[in-house]
Design a protein around this ligand. Structure first.
Ligand SMILES: Nc1ncnc2c1ncn2[C@@H]1O[C@H](COP(=O)(O)OP(=O)(O)OP(=O)(O)O)[C@@H](O)[C@H]1O
Length: 299
């Protein structure tokens, strides 16, 4: 059985105007999980719950097989975390920053830090304020990796980077999971990055997990179906999200194509419908469409 490096079960966190609602997900050892959702969907809030930066209201957390409401201190050694907006002392140099951060970790390896800087082409002598956004991201990654974490949690590591640097980073992600048997959990708006590199995906929408699991299985189950308007009725609509109705036909997204097929065969054994693949981008757009439709109908 696969070893789970981190588990969240029914984790809830309430803010005045937002609820992270019973979030459950499991990160297996040795894989990359991509975490995708629109702005404000709850990605950073989920990550802050995972890393024990904010207190959850309810639900269960398990880090490296150990359950608890607070992450034990020694677990922090086993995690590398890069926040959405890493904070540095701008006047200090890269090597000073490495010394400073390294002081917090028993397993910090200076030689590995130097090696990563070289690989990422970040000059150790430069001051933080002299680094570009891409260089700062690379520095954050080197700082998060130099203590040999078993789990890297990265909040939007590729946003704002050019395609060449993004592609380089994705290569580094692959190397990390191969060499270290570590896991990576990274959030991103750039769904193509997730589709390219992730083994598992978790989709969050309005504070709730819409899908979480093996990437190929999720993308295999979520499909776009199209058919003639005369077949549309409550039984089918129940299985479809993000509906679009045209003059003749409709299209909608199903989260389980097998269930849709069974329902269709029962209702219209002689009729045809079309099935199309969905990209992660299209899934998000359809989910957003569903929300707008709901608002139009319910005010
Ligand atoms: N400390 C806080 N107090 C109150 N509301 C908060 C707090 N932190 C986040 N929120 C709200 O929670 C919601 C989710 O925010 P979160 O940062 O988790 O989204 P996200 O998916 O990471 O978005 P983005 O992609 O824009 O970074 C937002 O509506 C935000 O305003």
């Amino acid at each position: 059985m696969e070893e789970m490096i981190l588990r969240m079960k029914d984790v809830t966190k309430q803010y005045p105007a937002f609820t992270l609602d019973r979030v459950s997900l499991d990160i297996p050892r040795g894989y990359i999980m991509g975490f995708v959702g629109r702005n404000g969907a709850g990605k950073s809030t989920t990550i802050k719950c995972m890393t024990d930066i904010i207190r959850t209201d309810s639900g269960e957390m398990e880090w490296f097989g150990q359950a608890g409401s607070k992450m034990p201190l020694e677990m922090k050694e086993r995690i590398g975390y890069v926040s959405e907006e890493p904070a540095f002392y701008e006047e200090m140099t890269v090597e000073w920053t490495g010394n400073f951060v390294g002081g917090f970790y028993r397993k910090w390896e200076e030689a590995l830090f130097r090696k990563l800087l070289k690989r990422f082409q970040v000059d150790p002598k430069k001051k933080i304020k002299e680094l570009s956004r891409g260089m700062k991201v690379k520095l954050s990654l080197a700082l998060a990796m130099a203590h040999h974490p078993e789990l890297l949690i990265l909040d939007e590591p590729t946003s704002g980077l050019d395609p060449v640097i993004r592609s380089e980073l994705l290569d580094v992600f692959r190397e990390i999971i191969q060499d270290e048997r570590a896991s990576i959990f990274f959030s991103s708006h750039i769904t193509s990055d997730i589709e390219k590199v992730a083994d598992y995906i978790t989709v969050i929408h309005n504070g709730r997990i819409a899908a979480s699991g093996d990437k190929l299985t999720v993308l295999d189950q979520w499909k776009l179906v199209k058919a003639d308007n005369r077949y549309l009725g409550p039984r089918l609509e129940r299985l479809l999200a993000g509906m679009k109705r045209g003059e003749f036909g409709f299209s909608g997204m199903t989260r389980d194509i097998r269930e849709f097929e069974r329902e269709w065969k029962r209702s219209f054994p002689a009729a045809d419908y079309k099935v199309e693949k969905l990209t992660l981008d299209e899934m998000l757009v359809r989910m957003a469409g569903e929300e707008e439709e709901f608002m139009e109908q319910h005010g």
